[in-house]
Design a protein around this ligand. Structure first.
Ligand SMILES: Cc1cc2nc3c(=O)[nH]c(=O)nc-3n(C[C@H](O)[C@H](O)[C@H](O)COP(=O)(O)OP(=O)(O)OC[C@H]3O[C@@H](n4cnc5c(N)ncnc54)[C@H](O)[C@@H]3O)c2cc1C
Length: 382
């Protein structure tokens, strides 16, 4: 398998929109499950709030495709909102088994051969190595890795999901946690298994005689193969930039940006302080690699006159209060990771603002979305 087709992830706004222009939603529907398929590589920008799934959807719909021809693409965009709505409702309970306890758990650690890209399954090892190099892993390989880790290697999903989140440019706690739980059978009715034949088919590889070269039924009843038996305790830690002094104009409100909101056109024409807030407590809870942190900082450069503040929001409040007699005025975008911010919270840019709350299955959620999608004025403007 070649994963060399994974593109770079430029951080300037113009190149990001060029990538949106290149989406082929029809070919996407046919090939997205293949590692060489026509996926968009947009999640690092969507997860970080540079662009929204709504903007992407509107951009594609303007080209006039019949809805039925691009339904798969529209559904995948909706998965992001489905998981975000779950996070809104579940709050920190998102990080526990959502529907039922994961069955058949042998340990709560990480499997060494997966972490070291040495499982002996060539397509998986190559993909993991490329992921460490690029920060991107194809959806199908994420599923294979999670299945090997949790179902064949019998690890509890939580620590491995943190490890994956740590290394993903597109790390999104909702998509990540729910997907791991879905594969491990804690957020689905059964565990997901893949065998060598399935991996060969979707990764264009031809390997045989591996520990996965058997039926998925048999794999489900195996004891842990020796290739997945060594485990270790994984702990990520984030290297934050050194704190620099920032200048706040006390006459103006302050817009709070963060690692999930790096939108360069948010309140663009308003004259305000703009601060990228990197809270140590957030990154202690959800650590990210140096590559990911550099990506976040690079994306923030699209926002004019932004300043980076490393500290807790309370410290920033104090800093602003000390520079003014008036009460400091903050504005942020609503997000479940940042409910503790003070001040006004702008609504996020939802495709389906009326489809809210917890749905126990994506298809229950999608049924409501597909009704909304037929409302013509929903998709006007950008
Ligand atoms: C174990 C596991 C962990 C995952 N962790 C994350 C994560 O931390 N962050 C993250 O953004 N996604 C995660 N995903 C979902 C999915 O793998 C990625 O969103 C997708 O691979 C992103 O690549 P892309 O933009 O090229 O996707 P495309 O296939 O081109 O999809 C376009 C957009 O649709 C949305 N989308 C597509 N597939 C999914 C999906 N399965 N779930 C949610 N949204 C989807 C994304 O916004 C994506 O950018 C995870 C999936 C699995 C199985």
């Amino acid at each position: 398998m070649s994963n060399s087709s994974i593109p770079d992830f430029p951080t300037d706004y113009k190149s990001i929109w060029q990538r949106v222009d290149e989406i082929d939603p029809i070919e996407y529907g046919r090939s997205r499950n293949y590692t060489e398929g026509a996926v968009t590589y947009l999640s690092p920008y969507i997860s970080r709030g540079v662009i929204s799934v709504k903007q992407v959807q509107q951009h594609v719909l303007k080209r006039g495709y019949p809805l039925a021809a691009i339904e798969k693409f529209l559904q995948e965009l909706a998965w992001r909102e489905y998981f975000q709505r779950i996070w809104q409702v579940k709050d920190s309970a998102l990080l526990q088994d959502l529907k039922q306890p994961q069955a058949d758990v042998a340990h709560q650690q990480l499997i060494s051969s997966l972490a070291n890209a040495r499982t002996g399954i060539q397509a998986i090892d190559t993909a993991i190595q490329h992921w460490y190099d690029t920060g991107y892993l194809h959806n199908h390989v994420r599923m294979y890795v999670a299945s090997l880790m949790c179902n064949i290697g019998k690890a509890y999903w939580h620590m491995p999901s943190q490890w994956m989140y740590f290394h993903l440019l597109d790390g999104d706690v909702a998509s990540n946690t729910c997907s791991w739980q879905w594969v491990a059978g804690a957020f689905s009715s059964k565990k997901y298994y893949c065998n060598q034949e399935n991996i060969n088919r979707f990764t264009n590889s031809f390997q045989q005689n591996t520990f996965l070269d058997t039926s998925t039924e048999l794999l489900a009843s195996l004891t842990i193969p020796v290739e997945l038996s060594e485990t270790f305790h994984w702990q990520g830690s984030t290297t934050l930039p050194v704190r620099q002094e920032i200048q706040i104009d006390s006459q103006k409100p302050t817009l709070l940006y963060n690692s999930y909101n790096l939108d360069p056109i948010w309140r663009k024409d308003e004259d305000m302080n703009r601060v990228l807030l990197l809270e140590p407590s957030h990154f202690e809870r959800f650590p990210v690699s140096e590559k990911v942190m550099n990506f976040i900082l690079a994306l923030s450069k699209n926002i004019s006159s932004i300043q980076v503040y490393v500290g807790e929001v309370e410290e920033l409040v104090q800093l602003c209060a000390s520079s003014s007699a008036a009460k400091p005025n903050f504005i942020s975008k609503e997000h479940p990771a940042f409910t503790h911010y003070p001040g006004l919270k702008d609504e996020r840019d939802w495709i389906y603002p009326s489809v809210t709350g917890y749905h126990s299955s994506f298809f229950a959620f999608w049924k409501k979305c597909s009704k909304a999608i037929k409302t013509p004025d929903l998709f006007s403007g950008e």
